[in-house]
Design a protein around this ligand. Structure first.
Ligand SMILES: [Fe+2]
Length: 282
């Protein structure tokens, strides 16, 4: 998901480089060391729960390999996350229309507000970045990895490094069909609505149209399906660029969403990049 984001990069006190998306003139984050929340009493339970959810996912091969999954977080933890969302002021603007705002987790700051929120969202970040979740994704999306590597020749297993963030999307947010940048290896989304009332706001997957020449306005793409934006559910796919495989490219996007200003679309993006944060200026 998301888009290629031109960004400034500041060098933190440690070797971690922190990227600030377009439009972010004020940085509400601190440069802190990345630490594991492994000592948190719930860390292992949350990782195990997420892995179980991913390994029980529905697996689809067409139009490109992807999965959809449910019950990613334990129900009580999910409700706690919704009750203790990051403070709205701690997001950064991501697009000119200011319809997408990002809460950054991968830089280790997880500055969600007070100490309790900061600890909570650091825990979320660490769970998302865990080796166990990466292993589960490699297993369940094996076909996607193989398709990508066959075209990219980047080596096997394909290296990837997690960069979890949260998004708030407001009325009018839209993104045209795109396959994702080749610098991104895997996209994993966790939808975080309060209830079923935003079910129509999920990500749309596209396929190359057999009548592509007649669909020139839509890049020769037609909609395959729109993922239901349901509580605690999600989707994931390996990024397959048209240069890697034209007919199985990971085209996805989102038509303009309609939502109450007080009820933006809240989701987590656990994107994996081909380069670690320490080396990449995303
Ligand atoms: Fe995307």
């Amino acid at each position: 998901m998301g888009r290629d984001i031109p960004a400034l990069c500041l060098k933190a006190a440690n070797p971690v480089r922190i990227g600030f998306p377009w439009g972010a003139t004020k940085m509400g984050v601190n440069s802190v060391l990345i630490r594991r929340s492994a000592s948190d009493s719930r860390y292992e339970e949350l990782v195990a729960h997420a892995v179980k959810s991913l390994l029980a996912a529905r697996v689809f091969s067409k139009p490109y390999p992807h999965i959809s999954f449910d019950k990613f977080w334990p129900e009580d933890f999910y409700r706690e996350l919704l009750a203790k969302k990051p403070e709205p002021t701690n997001y950064v603007q991501l697009n000119r229309e200011n319809t997408r705002r990002q809460f950054t987790m991968f830089d280790g700051s997880c500055d969600a507000g007070d100490d309790e929120r900061r600890r909570l969202w650091k825990l979320v970040s660490d769970v998302l970045a865990s080796a166990e979740i990466e292993a589960a994704l490699r297993q369940i999306l094996d076909e996607g990895f193989r398709l990508r590597e066959k075209g990219s020749h980047e080596g096997w297993p394909v290296k990837m490094y997690p960069r979890p963030v949260a998004y708030l999307d407001f009325d009018g947010y839209a993104i045209k069909p795109h396959p994702d940048t080749r610098r991104k290896v895997l996209t994993m989304l966790v939808y975080m609505p309060e209830d079923d009332s935003q079910v129509d706001l999920g990500t749309t997957l596209y396929k190359i149209s057999p009548l592509g020449v007649f669909h020139w306005k839509t890049y020769g793409l037609v909609e395959e399906k729109t993922m239901p934006f349901l509580p605690n559910s999600g989707a994931a796919f390996v990024v397959i660029h048209p240069r890697y495989n034209l007919l199985r490219s990971s085209w996805h996007g989102r038509a303009a969403i309609k939502t109450d200003p007080e009820k933006p679309r809240f989701s987590l993006l656990n994107a994996y990049y081909a380069q670690p944060v320490t080396e990449a200026a995303y």
